[in-house]
Design a protein around this ligand. Structure first.
Ligand code: F6R
Length: 603
C-alpha cells in the first residue's frame, strides 16, 4: 500500500522515478507525486490526484529535470485522494514520501501546530515531515534528526526523505513497512518493492526495522537506531526484467494467469526431489497440529491445505484469518507449526500473526513469494514459492503455487506420519508434475469461459457454491469475481444454501456451481436444481467425471482431467479467467480495481 521510489545519480531523476512508480502502481493509485532537485539544487514538486498517468501528463506540460528525487504513488489512509494530500509532503528544508500509518499524528499535529507549523494536508505524513523538520532545525544533521524522529513516531512506516541542503543524498528509514535500497551502475535507489528497481539494479539491501540508510549515487551506508554503522550484505535479485512487464498482454492479470504453468513448474522444481517433496526440513521433528494464518486469497489456499491435510494426513489443521488471530487468544503448543501464507510477505496482519505465534513459543513456517520480505525473514523457516513478481492486484499465479505448497506439505507430513504410502505419495507428486500441462489446456479453452463470462454482463449479485474440496475453491472464485467486477458475490457451501441464503436467489442471477468431486455429484445436482428452479442461471465448472451435470446448467466448462485431488488448481485458473473476462466485458480496470491495493501493509 503506497509505493515509494527514490533515485540519486547520473540519469534523469524524473524519468527514473516515473519508471519505478509505474512498477509500483499496484500498491496504490489514487494520487502520485515527485520531488526532484534541479540543476541549481532547488526542489521542484509536482503532484496530483489520480493515476500515475495524470502525474505524467503534468510533467509533460511542465517538465522537471534533476539528479536526485523521491516519488510516491498513494493508497489513501489519512485524507481523501486530492492534490493536497498527494505526497511528497515537506517544508522549506526537506521533503518526505511515506508508506504506512503514523498513529500519533493527531498528537504531533497539535504539538507542532502550537509551535507554528501550518498544515497543508490532512495526511499523517505531513505530521512526520514537520516533526522531522523541527528536529532538523536544531541539529542540522539528517541522521541525528531521523533517529530522533524515529524515537517519536508511533505506528508502522517506511519513509524516503530528501534534505534540501544535502542535494545529492536520499535518506530512508523503515519501521514495519518494506523498503529496499538498490545500487545500479548509474546511481542509488530506494523503493518499496523489487519490481521498481529490476530494470536498473540487481543488488539490493533490505532495510530492517529501525535502520536508516543514506544513499548516494555511488553507494549506501546503513545505521541502526542508535546511529551505529551497520554492515549489510546485498541480496541478488534473480527475477527477470520481463517478469514485471506486461509483455504484450492487455493486463498483468491475464499475463500472470498465462504464467501459471511456469510458476508451478518452477515451484515444484525447487521443492520436489526424486519424485517426493523436499521441504527443506520445515516440518521435520514432532508436528502434531498446524495452524495456518493468512489473508484473502492466501487464506483460501490455507483452507484447501486444511482439507488436504485432514483427509490425507489426519492431522488437525486450524485456519485463522490473520487479522483475527490475536483476538482468538490462540492456544499453541511447541509440537505444532504455525504456517503463514503470503504472496507479498508484507501483509501487516499476517506479519503480526507470525510475531504473536513466535512470542507464544510456536515454530513458524512461511510460504512466501517475495524473497527477503518481512514474513520470509521473520519465520523460523521460509519456503519461497517461485511465481516471480505478481503485479496484478488480484492474485492468480501466487495462489496456484501456494496450493502446490499445500499439496507438498500434505504429502510430506503424510509420509512422515505413515498416513500415506510411498506409492501414493509418488502418485500425487507425479500428478502435480502433470498439472502445468492441464493448466495450459484450460487456458487454451478460454473461449468457452468467455461465453460464460457474458452471463455476468447485467448481474448485480451472484453466488459460487461447492461442497467439500470445492467449497474453498468457490470462496476463491467468488473473491476473484467481486474484487475486479464489483458484482456482489457470495460463496456458500452448497448444502448450506437452503438454511437461509437461497432466499436471495432472483430470476437471472448467476450461480457458479463448482463440482469436481465425483462422489458429491448427485448432491450438487440437487443443489443446482434447487437454485435453477428459483430462476438462477446455473454455470457449471466440472471435470470429465462430473460432466453429466452439464445437463442441469445453462453453461458448462469441463476442466482438464487430473487427479481429483488437484482440481482446486485447475478450477482456480478457470475462475480467474471467468472473473477476468467478466470484468473486461463490464469495462472495469482489471489491474487496478477500485479501493484496493496490493500488499496490504496497514492493519
Ligand atoms: C485477492 C488478493 C488478496 C491477497 C491478500 C493477502 O486477489 O490478492 O486477498 O491474497 O491481501 O496478500 P498476501 O498474500 O500478499 O499476504
Amino acid at each position: 500500500m503506497c509505493g515509494i521510489m527514490g533515485y540519486t545519480g547520473k540519469a534523469d531523476a524524473t524519468g527514473r522515478l516515473l519508471a519505478g512508480l509505474r512498477a509500483l502502481e499496484y500498491r496504490g493509485y489514487d494520487s502520485a507525486g515527485v520531488a526532484v532537485m534541479d540543476a541549481e539544487n532547488r526542489v521542484r514538486i509536482v503532484k496530483t490526484k489520480g493515476r500515475l498517468r495524470a502525474l505524467e501528463d503534468r510533467l509533460e506540460k511542465c517538465p522537471v529535470h534533476g539528479h536526485c528525487g523521491i516519488g510516491h504513488t498513494r493508497w489513501a489512509t489519512h485524507g481523501a485522494p486530492s492534490d493536497a494530500n498527494a505526497h511528497p509532503h515537506g517544508t522549506d528544508r526537506l521533503y518526505v514520501v511515506h508508506n504506512g500509518i503514523i498513529e500519533n499524528d493527531r498528537e504531533l499535529r497539535a504539538e507542532l501546530g502550537a509551535r507554528g507549523y501550518a498544515f497543508q494536508s490532512q495526511t499523517d505524513t505531513e505530521a512526520a515531515a514537520c516533526l522531522l523538520d523541527s528536529l532538523y532545525a536544531g541539529m542540522e544533521d539528517p541522521l541525528a534528526a531521523l533517529r530522533a524522529a524515529v524515537a517519536r513516531l508511533r505506528g508502522s512506516y517506511a519513509l524516503g526523505v530528501i534534505f534540501l541542503d544535502h542535494p545529492e543524498e536520499i535518506y530512508a528509514v523503515r519501521e514495519g513497512n518494506p523498503l529496499i535500497v538498490a545500487l545500479g551502475e548509474d546511481g542509488g535507489m530506494i523503493a518499496s518493492d523489487i519490481p521498481a528497481v529490476l530494470r536498473f539494479a540487481r543488488d539490493c539491501y533490505v532495510l530492517e526495522d529501525g535502520e536508516i540508510a543514506r544513499v548516494r549515487a555511488d553507494g549506501a551506508e546503513f545505521f541502526d537506531r542508535d546511529g551505529r554503522p551497520v554492515c549489510k550484505r546485498p541480496e541478488r535479485i534473480e527475477w527477470s526484467t520481463e517478469a514485471a512487464e506486461r509483455g504484450g498482454f492487455a493486463h498483468f492479470m491475464l499475463k500472470e494467469i498465462h504464467e501459471e504453468p511456469l510458476a508451478v513448474r518452477q515451484t515444484l522444481g525447487r521443492y520436489v526431489k526424486d519424485g517426493l517433496p523436499d521441504l527443506r526440513g520445515a516440518f521435520d521433528g514432532e508436528c502434531e497440529r498446524l495452524t495456518m494464518v493468512a489473508c484473502g486469497t492466501a487464506m483460501h489456499a490455507a483452507l484447501v491445505g486444511k482439507w488436504l491435510m485432514e483427509w490425507l494426513v489426519r492431522i488437525p489443521v486450524e485456519v485463522c484469518i490473520a487479522s483475527e488471530f490475536r483476538y482468538n487468544r490462540p492456544v499453541l503448543s511447541p509440537n505444532q507449526r504455525v504456517v503463514a501464507i503470503s504472496q507479498s510477505g508484507e501483509t501487516a496482519d499476517t506479519l503480526a500473526a507470525v510475531r504473536l505465534a513466535k512470542s507464544l513459543g510456536a515454530r513458524t513456517v512461511g510460504v512466501v513469494n517475495v524473497p527477503g520480505s518481512s514474513v520470509a525473514r521473520e519465520v523460523d523457516q521460509a519456503l519461497i514459492t517461485c511465481a516471480g513478481p505478481e503485479i496484478s492486484v488480484a492474485s492468480t499465479k501466487a495462489y496456484t503455487v501456494q496450493l502446490m505448497m499445500m499439496y507438498l506439505t500434505a504429502v510430506q507430513l503424510g509420509l512422515a506420519r505413515g498416513a500415506l504410502s510411498r506409492e501414493r505419495a509418488r502418485q500425487i507428486v507425479a500428478a502435480l508434475t502433470a498439472l502445468p500441462a492441464a493448466i495450459e489446456t484450460a487456458i487454451a479453452q478460454s473461449e468457452r469461459i468467455q461465453r460464460m463470462a457474458a452471463c455476468f454482463d447485467d448481474a448485480e449479485n451472484c453466488f459460487f457454491i461447492g461442497r467439500g474440496l470445492d467449497y474453498p475453491g468457490a470462496m476463491e472464485g467468488s473473491l476473484k469475481l467481486k474484487e475486479i467486477t464489483y458484482i456482489h458475490s457470495e460463496s456458500y457451501a452448497a448444502g448450506e444454501l437452503k438454511h437461509g441464503a437461497i432466499s436471495l436467489i432472483t430470476r437471472g442471477m448467476p450461480v457458479v456451481a463448482l463440482s469436481t468431486q465425483e462422489e458429491l455429484k448427485e448432491k450438487m445436482r440437487s443443489n443446482m436444481r434447487e437454485v435453477a428452479s428459483r430462476g438462477a442461471r446455473v454455470l457449471l465448472l466440472a471435470t470429465p467425471q462430473t460432466a453429466e451435470l452439464a445437463g442441469d446448467a445453462e453453461e458448462a466448462f469441463i476442466l482438464p482431467d487430473t487427479d481429483a485431488l488437484l482440481t482446486p488448481a485447475t478450477a482456480a485458473v478457470a475462475m480467474q479467467l471467468l472473473a477476468y473476462y467478466a470484468a473486461v466485458r463490464r469495462g472495469c480496470d482489471v489491474d487496478k480495481p477500485r479501493n484496493l491495493a496490493k500488499s496490504v501493509t496497514v492493519e
